[in-house]
Design a protein around this ligand. Sequence first.
Ligand SMILES: Cc1ncc(COP(=O)(O)O)c(C=O)c1O
Length: 339
Amino acid sequence: MINIDLRSDTVTKPTKEMLKAMYEAELGDDDLDGDPTTIKLQEMASSLIGKEESLLVSSGSMGNLVSALSQVKPNETMIIGNKSHMSWSTEQGNGHPTYGQIDLNFLNETNGLFDLNDINNSLNSKSKQVKLVCIENTHNADNGIPIRYEYIKDLSDICNKSNSNLHIDGARIFNAASALNISVDKLVDKAQSVSFCLSKGLACPIGSIISGSKEFIYEARKQRKIIGGVMRQTGIISAAGIVALKTMPDRMIEDHITAKNLANGLAQIKGININPENVHTNIVFFSTNNMDIDELQQKLDSNGIRCFNLNGRIRMVTHYEINLENIDTALNIISKIMN
Ligand SMILES: Cc1ncc(COP(=O)(O)O)c(C=O)c1O
């Protein structure tokens, strides 16, 4: 029975080493005294990311929300990309104000980037002060593109002039750093806050980390508590995180190779639209000429190839449970369906 799950890197299950570490983890009440294993994970994350302090949160969405609430007060303005996951979060529930009273300014993104003139205009023309500009690296909806350091630096210079902070939704920041061949701390050094997911390509079952200054994390702890994000014997989660930070970042490149192979193979199949040049990390999007995307996705599903239809395109995401043999199998099945 074929089961090749390319829906997301979130489907990854913890490795044996993670499960062992979770079983053996030293535990404490994270809210009362601090959980010793979580303290260790947070220290490790801070040193890897190059920020003063870090905090474990339950998910990427919570990481972004807590980061926003910690830096933007009611009626102050935050800029987010129109295709970003944060924009999706804020629009969930038919306008439900997940982000409270924050004034949200959605800016267009092309290949994961704001036009710097647009940013300049927004920062200067708004009557309310923009407190936070958020970018996503890698940019999920824009073909998983990694955002280059030089761009982040230019953006941060503009933000600094207007006293606005920069937040990086780095759910897949280790993919970005690997694809750009840059250390992760350098890649995020211009941002005041960073969020990254343990539960995506890093393969942990649960958890994200936010990092920034001591003052930011002090405020983030309060915000996490208010929104119900305190967990107790978090060492169970953190033990997997520690293994992930030791073992996973160096292998991100393997997921990019499988994704590139998938993209190159798809480009050979008649009726599929994809430019493999656009695939830089572990996310592959494609469309079709004649076949309905829903129909294709359902046919793939019934043949054991799992993927998502996102806004009229198929998205496939590679991860540590997908090897080159799986890619060949998937390509054979896609080819048969398309012919
Ligand atoms: C770029 C990005 N940020 C944040 C999230 C949210 O992560 P979570 O599902 O852990 O809340 C996702 C989830 O796919 C994402 O792709």
